[in-house]
Design a protein around this ligand. Structure first.
Ligand SMILES: Nc1ncnc2c1ncn2[C@@H]1O[C@H](COP(=O)(O)OP(=O)(O)OP(=O)(O)O)[C@@H](O)[C@H]1O
Ligand SMILES: Cc1cn([C@H]2C[C@H](O)[C@@H](COP(=O)(O)O)O2)c(=O)[nH]c1=O
Length: 213
């Protein structure tokens, strides 16, 4: 593939969406071909699956059903949007990807990181991101930001107990070790300006290395 596939990961309220939006805006202005997208979603079918997964009324959803739905949305999004963009040499910037499944379904839901990884590799045909920016924040601090953000709709996973969000955080720490070459930790507890500076520095480095900037 000619482009580069970069994902943003982290617990709820880490600031991923805000930072990725600004990266896309600023680097597009510098002439980069940025495709900003998200998971679950980014295309029609995956947005429909998102509605099912995140609907607050779907409290009876089984953990494996949940994991399979995320993987199904991922598959469709990858073939329909991500791969074609990469083939055209774009910088694909995706808000969450496989690591979310490993942290949330694999570790926090207790399905097993390796089991969920295997199932997702079937969905992606072994495709993984080139690099991942991990926005590191404690669950308490992230959830506090979300509470202050009155405009944001609360989804089914936000409503999980604090213990679940602690497990998600622990899951991500395991992934940081497992994928230390790919995942780049960014301290997301700092001010927006400081977090953006750290993220844009790393992002720029990745694009330069790939010859895309
Ligand atoms: N560094 C920061 N300091 C304080 N508030 C921030 C910071 N970054 C983002 N915020 C605010 O925190 C809230 C959550 O940010 P954002 O939606 O970008 O996080 P997120 O990681 O995408 O969350 P989620 O994954 O739960 O959707 C927003 O109101 C945003 O303006
Ligand atoms: C891709 C993916 C996501 N999740 C969870 C993480 C969040 O709680 C929601 C997505 O909401 P956001 O506001 O867009 O961050 O879904 C997950 O559990 N597993 C996944 O693979």
């Amino acid at each position: 593939m000619n482009g580069i596939f970069i994902t943003g990961e982290g617990p709820e309220g880490a600031g991923k969406t805000s930072i990725l939006n600004k990266l896309a805006e600023d680097f597009s202005a510098r002439g980069c071909n940025i495709v900003l997208t998200r998971e679950p979603g980014g295309i029609r079918i995956a947005e429909q699956i998102r509605e099912i997964i995140l609907n607050k009324d779907n409290t009876e959803m089984d953990a494996r059903t949940e994991a399979l739905l995320y993987a199904a949305a991922r598959r469709q999004h990858l073939v329909e949007k991500v791969k074609p963009a990469l083939e055209k040499g774009a910088v694909v910037l995706c808000d969450r990807f496989i690591d979310s499944s490993l942290a949330y379904q694999g570790y926090a839901r207790g399905l097993g990181i390796e089991e969920v990884y295997e199932m997702n590799l079937f969905a992606t045909q072994d495709m993984m991101p080139d690099a991942t920016l991990f926005f590191d924040i404690t669950p308490e601090a992230g959830l506090e930001r979300i509470e202050k953000n009155k405009g944001r709709e609360v989804n089914r996973l936000d409503l999980e107990a604090l213990d679940f969000h602690h497990k998600v955080y622990k899951g991500y720490q395991i992934l940081l070790e497992k994928f230390h070459g790919r995942m780049h930790r960014i301290d997301a507890s700092a001010s927006f300006e400081e977090v953006y500076l750290a993220a844009s520095k790393k992002f720029e480095q990745l694009l330069v290395q790939k010859g895309l900037l």
